[in-house]
Write a protein that binds this ligand. Sequence first.
Ligand SMILES: NC(=O)c1ccc[n+]([C@@H]2O[C@H](COP(=O)([O-])OP(=O)(O)OC[C@H]3O[C@@H](n4cnc5c(N)ncnc54)[C@H](OP(=O)(O)O)[C@@H]3O)[C@@H](O)[C@H]2O)c1
Length: 339
Amino acid sequence: MYETLAVVGATGAVGRIVLEQLEARNFPYKRLKLLASQRSAGQQVRFKDETITVELLAPGAFEDVDIVIASTPDEVSAEFAPYAVKEGAIVVDESGYWRMDPKVPLIIPEVNPDAIADHQGIIASPNCSTTQMVVALAPLHQAAKVKRVVVSTYQATSGAGLAGNAELESSVRQILDGQTPGHETFQHPIGFNLIPQIGGEKFEGYTSEEMKMVYETRKIMGDDDIQVCPTAVRVPVTIGHSESILVETEKPLTVAEATELFRAAAGITVVDDLANHQYPMPRDCDGKDDVFVGRIRRDISGDGHGIAFWCVSDNLRKGAATNAVQIAELLQQSVASAG
Ligand SMILES: NC(=O)c1ccc[n+]([C@@H]2O[C@H](COP(=O)([O-])OP(=O)(O)OC[C@H]3O[C@@H](n4cnc5c(N)ncnc54)[C@H](OP(=O)(O)O)[C@@H]3O)[C@@H](O)[C@H]2O)c1
């Protein structure tokens, strides 16, 4: 067993849920270190029956560490992951920095767990909007080969960390108080609004968040021919990303077949009963680990190869912390089976 675990960015939106998940899933470990920036170093955090003092992330911090679960901004992961690996740790990273590095496996345990065997010290967890979409697409891909995906996202403010949720709250309060709402984390006030921009422009008018969905989907599913046309939108919801997805497959699927494939897949819960107003919604998925799928219907505009559906998942859980802890579990299982 890998004995010493470090959670980097333990004080952030994702890091806090990583701690919850380690406890809830009874993750095996002997020692736990928590690390963050100067802002939070010295803070005391309760974990199980211990009080742990948050330490400063700095070279030397990983000399006694086996596995790191990191939820820090890209530039922080870019800097610390190489020295953590040199100091002997394996880094499971949630940031966007390492995901497309050819030497770094990008893992969703339900989809491509075997890719972990190729790791050279750093393993990446995908972008939150990619993860839930790929969990849903994977069973369809296996059965009928996904050719093309058109997706629009409705992404919660916690996708931008603790600052995102704080800005939604202050924006709503300012509007209700009759003030002009401010904004800093988002490009525009988010209260009672939608913002069709997440990230800066990356490729021909598509944003960095949208292009992550293109590139990461191909890498995880191991198929560079999959075409993805994404639109990423920030919405005034605190937790839970929603996605409207149209998928075209090489082999046509009926709605009943697609529904059965979703139902049989690990990590997916189907909620689909329009007549009784049952479909996934962010409020119902908050705090849950699965990817929820509903509104499954045939593409009435296409040639019989399309299925449309609605997909919701807690971005801080399966979109981030749960997936990273599952990757760390794969590492523990690999040592157990080797020993
Ligand atoms: N939020 C999501 O839904 C989501 C989903 C998938 C992936 N991610 C990725 O996960 C990462 C963390 O996101 P988040 O939403 O948790 O952000 P967050 O709430 O802003 O938390 C950031 C964490 O990183 C730490 N940190 C920042 N600068 C640091 C530095 N220089 N040295 C050490 N620690 C530092 C912060 O510690 P302090 O308390 O010291 O500031 C805090 O613990 C990002 O890369 C994000 O893209 C997020």
